[in-house]
Design a protein around this ligand. Structure first.
Ligand SMILES: [Mg+2]
Length: 339
């Protein structure tokens, strides 16, 4: 039996411009993979972040150049396959993730089992947050209204008007908030003030308050901070985790950083070993990427799997999201279909 692989770029548009401390976009180009054995088709998605790698065109070049090696990869034996993916595509974490996901989806379908079951996970998931990107103050009421069904909001900060943003949000809602600074606070003093201030604002945790290369400052902040600190830009690959002990309380795992479900499972194991709480996150992604990460959902204390519900139109359907409740399917593999 031989495999075949198709790929295409898909432009996905967000409902609102998606702005964080370092970037602002109203659409993203993602690479969609379809890996077929002639009977079943596994889906994969690469949503490259410019924080970590080049864009989708570079991924298409890699796919064209190394298609034969990809089609020789094993459907079973994920650890070995992942090691080969890392050698072939060391420059693109999101392409590693897309291929690993497509192989897992195909494997699950051939086994006739949903991946969450294969991974030993359950369908009991905590409620996911919904992200409010950095906004002009006059748009905040619209955004909070748009998110009215979601009980937990994740707020992006790291601007020179963070206090005004929080004031505008708190004027609209008293919901539990989580705050992601995306490396936006550059000094320990700013971060200390921020942590102290947000602890008074019914905020549950603080994600990546300072630049990832200021780990010593972050460790000092943690000694002081009333809020738990979650690593995101500091928690990219499995090998990053041991170095975060003492600086963070939790890690945010994303497929597009870590290189797929196989490494996601490794990061979960390592996080448990080093006593980190686990959050599962995402980029702006379609239901392929979100359905994939949701398969590991029951291993997490916190979920931030809203990439697909931030879209104006999702080209795929997979796991459900009803007011932040992620609904896993009983279908084999990821259970994703094209809309
Ligand atoms: Mg983050």
């Amino acid at each position: 039996m031989s495999l075949s692989l198709k790929w295409s770029i898909q432009r996905i548009t967000t409902k609102f411009e998606f702005k964080i401390a370092r970037s602002a976009e109203s659409y993203y180009d993602v690479v969609i993979l379809e890996l077929s054995d002639g009977e079943f088709t596994g889906f994969g998605e690469a949503a490259p972040s410019t924080r970590y790698e080049k864009g989708p065109e570079a991924i298409l070049e890699l796919l064209a150049a190394k298609k034969d090696q990809i089609l020789d990869l094993p459907i079973e034996g994920a650890e070995n396959r992942q090691a080969q993916l890392e050698q072939l595509f060391s420059e693109s974490y999101s392409l590693q993730a897309a291929l690993d996901t497509a192989f897992w989806d195909l494997f699950g379908q051939r086994q006739g089992k949903p991946l969450w079951k294969i991974f030993g996970a359950t369908k009991e998931l905590v409620t996911s947050s919904y992200t409010i990107g950095i906004s002009d103050l006059d748009i905040i009421p619209d955004k909070i209204k748009e998110a009215s069904d979601y009980p937990i909001l994740k707020i992006k900060l790291g601007t020179d008007y963070d206090h005004e943003i929080m004031r505008a949000i708190r004027a609209q809602t008293d919901k539990v908030l989580r705050v992601d600074v995306n490396e936006g606070w550059k000094t320990l003093d700013d971060a200390k003030h921020g942590a102290e201030w947000l602890a008074e604002e019914n905020v549950e945790f603080l994600e990546q308050p300072m630049p990832s290369n200021q780990l010593e400052d972050i460790a000092k902040l943690r000694e002081f901070s009333p809020l738990p600190l979650v690593a995101d830009e500091n928690s990219v690959r499995p090998e990053d985790i041991p170095g975060l002990v003492g600086a963070y309380d939790a890690i945010n795992i994303k497929l597009m950083k870590c290189g797929g479900l196989t490494n996601g499972l490794r990061m979960i194991e390592l996080a448990q070993k080093h006593n980190f709480d686990i959050m599962l996150g995402c980029m702006v992604e379609t239901s392929i990427g979100i359905s994939a990460m949701s398969q590991l959902g029951s291993f997490a204390r916190w979920l931030d799997l809203d990439g697909n519900v931030l879209l104006a139109a999702d080209p795929f359907s997979g796991v459900g999201n009803q007011a932040g409740e992620i609904i896993l399917l009983d279908k084999p593999g990821l259970g994703v279909v094209k809309r």
